[in-house]
Design a protein around this ligand. Sequence first.
Ligand code: PLP
Length: 359
Amino acid sequence: MARVYNFSAGPSMLPEEVLKTAAEQMLDYEGSGQSVMEMSHRSKVYDKIIKDAENDLRKLMEIPDNYKVLFLQGGASSQFAMIPLNLMTKNGKADYVITGQWSKKAFSEAKKYGEPNKVASSEDKIFNYIPKLDKSMFDKDADYVHITYNNTIYGTVYHEIPDVDAPIVTDMSSCILSEPVDVSKFGMIYAGAQKNVGPAGVTIVIIREDLIGKAMDITPTMFDYQIHADNESLYNTPPCYGIYVCGLVFKYLLKNGGLKAMKEINEKKAKILYDFLDSSEMFRGTVVKEDRSLMNVPFVTDDEELNAKFIKEATEAGFVNLKGHRSVGGMRASIYNAMPVEGVEALVEFMKKFESENK
Ligand SMILES: Cc1ncc(COP(=O)(O)O)c(C=O)c1O
């Protein structure tokens, strides 16, 4: 059966090689006589799988030793509560930059536990840019600053890490592993795995050790970073199989040049698509040029009917999940690590053909 080019925002494509390895190991993982799905999370075999996954992620992202790596559940959305419960505990305040639905949700959740402050927002232009930030805009008493690094729905990304004194907590759900990042510039990085890492069900948290252990008394046990850090992500049953597949992806990335190589390929793919959008008379990108994401590329024609026709014909031609998020409409191509260059080239060829046929 032919595989399609899947432009879904998440869950999304995984490297074919990883899927094949998982398939080969499905019934008998490395002579254990069991599938990883059937294994005790307390077994020696599984312990190696989770430890390897952590070590490989540390290598890939060059994570400093004073950061803990946690594999949790509950999605990035649970982090919206875990972050204030654990970190908004000194002055009870935090600064939030609002760049889309996900930062809005993070902000709303934080309101339940203290006084988050909205520093800036790009909602005035349907989040098609990243607000310009200056140190003077931030509260000196903020326990942390929260930013959504890559905005999956709107297709914007920070090209500069804000210059602030408080620890920066960032949602990298849709850009983690797409390019190298200096982890030491952040207090905490978190991401749902289902976009650029692995299957849904795993949430990655990379957190500086000194930020752990200060949770509010009301914090549910399962929401306390300290509990998960002390137990090396094995306090309870972790998402075992998901972590194993993430581990296969980490090995695949290390084998293929790491995050520097990913960045080069991702820049190449994004350029192919943005160059076409900038030259097309029918299609246009919706984001200001300087804030364009490498991962999520929203675009439109000026005609709703034409958008619908495009999505329908693209789907029939094997380019699937190009419909924009329900809150913005139009189209969006998510081109994460696992989307090959040929997939983007083929999409652009299809768009050119569609444009010439529908002038
Ligand atoms: C940037 C960002 N943050 C958070 C989320 C929510 O993630 P989850 O579904 O893992 O809770 C998403 C999901 O699409 C996202 O793109």
